[in-house]
Design a protein around this ligand. Structure first.
Ligand code: URP
Ligand code: ZN
Ligand code: ZN
Length: 466
């Protein structure tokens, strides 16, 4: 027996259109859209009707960069797949793409199976995986082909973190060549980690131990240089390239120059680079540790270039890089030595709201909000049009968004498993009201109705953005 939900009276906003339309959902998928009051809409009957009057009806957010339960920096990210996906749903995100990790000396298979096991039966919303390559060799290169067939179609390599995830240029090139052959998209953490480690050592030797020095040693030039090098390696390999967590104006310039040449080079930035700055890293009493992530926060002058990049499509995606560590007991590991502060910020719950605020502040249009947060991440990572839009046949991952509600972001009220908010006290206009995941109510008029285990693993096709 089929189950039908009717969403009446809202403004449907997708990357392509704004329509005053009702949406019919049948058996977890979008069945049809029709103008309010049209004969078609009037003829629809449903088991359940949601009143969206005065609200936006938008596709659920697709957050293409999360790290649930990531073991990192001598500890592990504090959100599990259960708590992190629940928080994501509260914030209007209905799909995450998390990073499975291959550890040095182990196969991709082992790393991936560990991630399947962590997520299985625990997620409130749908999820997919990228694969982090920490050990590129003959055997893991062959495994990449198998993963692409299995729906793991993107691979992250690191030019940073020597001794942990770092790959040298030769390994990066070999992985890119393999991706060019098998359709996998190469994602790069573009920072010159070898040079950064020298600067870390020198700073610590001078007694510069505070969190703000994390921002000072991870220099803009070393992000720009690595971005430039990544682009040249991708050209040599004949591979597309997606640069993660772009934070510096000079790195955006490298991407823009490559794109002006027509190269298939893409960039992602994150809310922390758009809304926070080195002022936060410099907060006294070790509070700056809350804002330690890599690439680091930059002086606020860089924000204008990031917003411009998002408008000109030199940057295509905003993801969170959600990698939360509690201040107490986790960030505190780096008291007296900034290099021991676990790198990462919470944010999976805040992205859709912060970007809505950016619409109101005039940085981006309403449709661009949906494009960078829903449609393009889905296209980039082979999930479109199942995810990222509201169209007949798409999964009914739908958010009823109240554009007039006022909220103040706070750790007191958020749902992420972390003891602080990077956006504490920030006033936002706009709030998620109701969330559907494949037609099931996960948040119903600000009440949580989801369940661990509803979320399913989604195998992905190859990049659809080329
Ligand atoms: O600081 C960050 N970004 N932590 C997560 C790992 C990464 O590099 O994405
Ligand atoms: Zn990274
Ligand atoms: Zn990350």
């Amino acid at each position: 027996m089929s189950f039908r939900t009717l969403i009446r009276g809202g403004l449907v906003v997708t990357a392509a259109d704004e329509l005053h339309a009702d949406v019919l959902v049948e058996d977890g998928r979008v069945a049809a859209l029709a103008a309010h009051g049209s004969a078609a809409a009037a003829s629809w009957t449903a088991d359940r009707t949601l009143d969206a009057t005065g609200k936006y009806v938008i596709p659920g957010g697709v957050d293409a960069h999360t790290h649930m339960e990531l073991p990192f920096g001598g500890t592990a990210a504090s959100d599990t797949f259960e708590t992190g996906t629940r928080a994501a749903a509260w914030g209007g995100t209905t799909t995450i793409v998390d990073f499975a990790v291959q550890s040095v000396g182990h196969s991709l298979r082992e790393g991936l199976d560990a991630w399947y096991a962590k997520a299985d039966g625990r997620c409130a919303i749908d999820y997919a995986f990228h694969m982090i390559l920490s050990d590129v060799n003959e055997s893991t290169l062959k495994e990449m082909d198998l993963l692409v067939e299995e729906g793991i179609t993107s691979f992250k390599l690191f030019m940073a973190y020597p001794g942990v995830f770092y790959s040298d240029d030769g390994r990066v090139l070999r992985a890119m060549q393999r991706g060019a052959a098998n359709g996998g998209l190469t994602m790069l953490h573009a920072e010159n980690g070898i040079a950064i480690d020298v600067l870390v050592e020198q700073a610590l030797a001078r007694g510069e131990t505070d969190p703000r020095h994390h921002g000072e040693v991870r220099k803009v030039l070393l992000e720009a240089e690595a971005t430039h090098r990544a682009i040249q390696l991708a050209r040599v390999a004949g591979s597309p390239l997606y640069v993660v967590h772009v934070s510096a104006e000079e790195a955006v310039a490298e991407l823009a120059a490559a794109r002006d040449k027509g190269l298939p080079v893409f960039g992602e930035t994150c809310p922390q680079y758009l809304f926070l700055s080195t002022d936060n890293l410099a907060e006294p009493d070790f509070q700056g540790a809350k804002y330690v992530c890599s690439t680091p926060l930059r002086p606020r002058e860089h924000q204008a270039a990031l917003w411009r990049g998002l408008r000109t499509n030199d940057l295509q995606v905003v993801s969170t890089d959600h990698c939360p560590f509690c201040f107490r007991g986790q960030k505190e590991l780096g008291r007296g030595d900034f290099s021991k502060i676990p790198n990462g910020l919470p944010g999976v719950e805040n992205r859709m709201d912060l970007l809505h605020q950016a619409v109101l502040d005039g940085h981006i249009s309403r449709r661009r909000w949906i494009e960078i947060a829903c449609a393009t991440p889905a296209r980039m990572f082979g999930l479109y049009p199942q995810k990222g839009t509201i169209a007949p046949g798409s999964d009914a991952d739908i958010v009823l968004y109240d554009p007039q509600a006022e909220q103040v972001i706070s750790a007191e009220t958020h749902h992420m498993n972390v003891d602080y908010s990077a956006y504490e006290g920030r006033r936002i206009t706009g709030r998620v009201d109701t969330v559907l995941s494949r037609g099931e109510l996960v948040v119903d008029r600000r009440q949580y109705t989801g369940r661990a285990g509803h979320g399913a693993f989604i195998p992905r096709s190859t990049c659809q953005y080329l």
